[in-house]
Structures are given as C-alpha cells and as structure tokens.
Write a protein that binds this ligand. Sequence first.
Ligand code: DLL
Length: 435
Amino acid sequence: MSQNYYQKEIETMSAEEMKKLQSEKLVKQVKHVYENVPYYRNLMDEKGVKPEDIKGIDDLHKLPFLTKADLRDAYPYGLLAKPLEDCVRIHSTSGTTGKRVVAFYTQNDVDLWEDCCARAITTAGGTKKDVCQVAYGYGLFTGGMGLHGGSHKIGCLTLPMSSGNTERQIQFMTDLGATILCCTPSYAAYIGESLKEQGYKPEDIPLKAGIFGAEPWTEEMRKGIEKTLGIKAYDIYGLTETTGPGVAFECSEQTGMHVNEDHFYAEIIDPDTGEVLPEGSKGELVFTSLDKEAFPLLRYRTRDICVLSRKKCSCGRTLVKMAKPMGRTDDMLIIRGVNVFPSQIETVLLNEGYEPNYQIVVDRVNNNDTFEVNVEMTAEKFTDKLSDIIAMEKSLANAMKVMLGINPSVHLVAPKSIARSEGKAVRVIDKRKLI
Ligand code: DLL
C-alpha cells in the first residue's frame, strides 16, 4: 500500500539527520528569541544561560520552561518575536481568568503550519482529487483555518463549512461527495448519528476518511465513528500556543501520532521536578517550536500527560510518536471542543455576586457533551418566585457563555446544598469516561 507522504524526505528522515536538522534550527531559534523577546531573555538570564550555551538539541534541557502563566503575564505582545507589521494572523484560545492566549503568525508560520496539516490529510489518503469538508470551527479557534490551509496546499476541493448546522453539513457532504471529513470526534459521531437517522447506510456515504482531534476520544468511539460513517478515522493533535492542529498526526497504523518534529521538538518531563524523562515514560509533554518566527515558544509546558515512542512504525515514518494524551496536569476540561477551566466559572460567579459554591457536571449523551453548572443561591439573592429564578439562571448562563464561548445549562440550588469537602472541593463531575 502506498504510504501517502506529503514531504517524504522529512517524514522518513534518519534519526541522525533529523537531530542535525533540529540542532541547527534550535541554535538559530534560541538566538532569535534571546535577541527579540525580552521576557524570555530575562528567564534565560535568571537561569544563567546564554545563546552560545545552546549548541544543539542535547543542550535543550539547559533552557527555562515556559508555562501558560507566562503567556498570561506576557499578554498580548510580550512573547512576540517579530514586528507586528510582519505578522499576518492571530489565533486565540480561552484563558483561565478571561485573558485569552493570543498566538501570532507570520506568513512563514502559516505556511509551515499548513504543511503540517497537509501531512495529516495526505496520510489519511487526501489528494487533489479529494473533497475535504472542514467542519471544525473557523475563527479564532485554530481547527478550521488550520485544516483548511492544509487541504488547500494539497489541492483538495475544500468545503469551508465550519462547525454546526448539521443539516447543511449532510446536504453538502452528500451532494458534493465529500471524501474527507475534518471535525472534532464528538461532532463526527453526531453527524454519523444524524446520517443514520436519515436512513443513510455507511456505503451510501461518500466519505473515506476523517481527521478528528482537539479533544480526548477513546478507541471505542473511533470504532463507532468508523462503523457508522464507513471510514478510517485518524487522530490529530495540536494546540494554539504552538500553531494549532497538526503538531502531531496519526498514520494508517493508528497506534499514536507522529510528531512533526522538524518543527516541534517534543520532550516528556516529570511535572513535579521538571526533569526530562527517558523515552517510554509517562509525563508532561513539552514542545519547542524550532522554526516559528512570530511566536516561537521554547520548552512550552502543554499540561498534557503523554508518552513518546521511537518504535519503528509500519508506515515508514521515522517521526517520533506520541500516545493519545492521557489526561492533564491541570483541571482544564474540554467540552464540545472548547477548553474550560473551573476557575473561569468561579470568576463569573464572583463577578455576578454569587459565592464560589458550584459544581460542574459534564456527560456525553448521544455523542454530544452536556454541560451543567449547579450554583448555590445566596441568602441575599434568595427568592422562591420561579420566574425570578429562571431569569437569574439565564443571566448567569449568558455571562458564562461570554466568558467561555459555550452555553452551559445553569441550575440554581438551595444555599449549602452542594456537598462541602474536607479536602479539595469536588468542582467537576465528569461522567464521560474519555480516558
Ligand atoms: O484543540 C487545536 C486542534 C484543533 C487540534 C483541531 C486538533 C484538531 P486548543 O484549543 O489550544 O487547540 O487546545 C489544545 O486540546 O493541549 C489537548 O489537551 C487537547 N487536544 C488537542 N488535540 C487532542 C487530541 C486545539 N487529538 C488542547 N486528543 C491540547 C486529545 C487533544 N486531546
């Protein structure tokens, strides 16, 4: 079987050549960052590291880490390494206290990102003869624009659907013969259910492959989607801070995702000590962008728990593989593809004059995430008039929608009715069993 490479020389490069390439890029990148990003220069100075100390990948461990807190401190321009006039795009992700993480891109950055997405689509069988339906959200979220760019690079006929409006998704998919679907796995499952309800059998659906990511999903879910849509379903990973989707992508072996390590160097560290762990160990995934120009993060701690493997892959790619993320070191939830931190809910409650006594309940019903927030009524706000309670719930839900970008269903409950814990409060009940 042809292995569908987009950039074969890179994807199948020998380990020595790859290390040489990464080392050359790293030396340049550290110099670029040190000279242009005072925030990171200070971190390096504090650690007593100079650009000359970094002679190759083996010296990477000498550099300080960057965390999401640094990104918030430096918001919006503090980590920018190029003049704004050289930047052509921003994308953004939700932050913990309402401050979003803003990532900048030069045209070169967009190009390398789209190449990464093109590698993923090509691996899934995409060619210029394919019709690629992009049903990730377009806009500040990176999913839509990233896969869209990759699809263009290959020359697929690209359907820029964005997410939602499932009726229209199905109409275009069937009328225009979409062969590749890109969206979150939960949306793919939902589209599959809707097609089934409308009487479509897998063999009536023109799709052959799907590229699904942005949230955790299980092997069971993969099997379900593959069966309903009659396709092969490929995982794809990425994060806004490093570009977006395409940092890693799955091949036909479906045993983990190849990291595009010519652009993003991956490390696994002990999240408590920061020590770099050997291949095969479970720990926090850290990325260094080796050649991004505008927003080049060095040793960025993703908070994703993961394992890396250099075991030979049957697809012929030599790129290191990461397992599906196995959880997070923080309390971030991904609900309907959107990153949600409990602290964001807390901020809204305090802004709106409530106490931070709440509980988030997340479940998955018919492949759709449900998202409820139970909030204790305060003594001051207490009323037994139903219409007032409904209005208060609605107003809280609106404020949360503004903060998070997705709509929870809010229930006001009696004061002191949410169980108090003697230790850490149980703020989240996640019934989805995703890991
Ligand atoms: O979710 C980028 C993306 C878009 C990836 C489309 C794949 C497809 P953020 O919104 O910044 O970016 O969220 C990044 O989502 O740190 C992981 O915790 C989680 N995540 C992303 N892909 C996967 C995946 C996009 N395949 C955060 N499996 C990351 C599990 C994933 N978790």
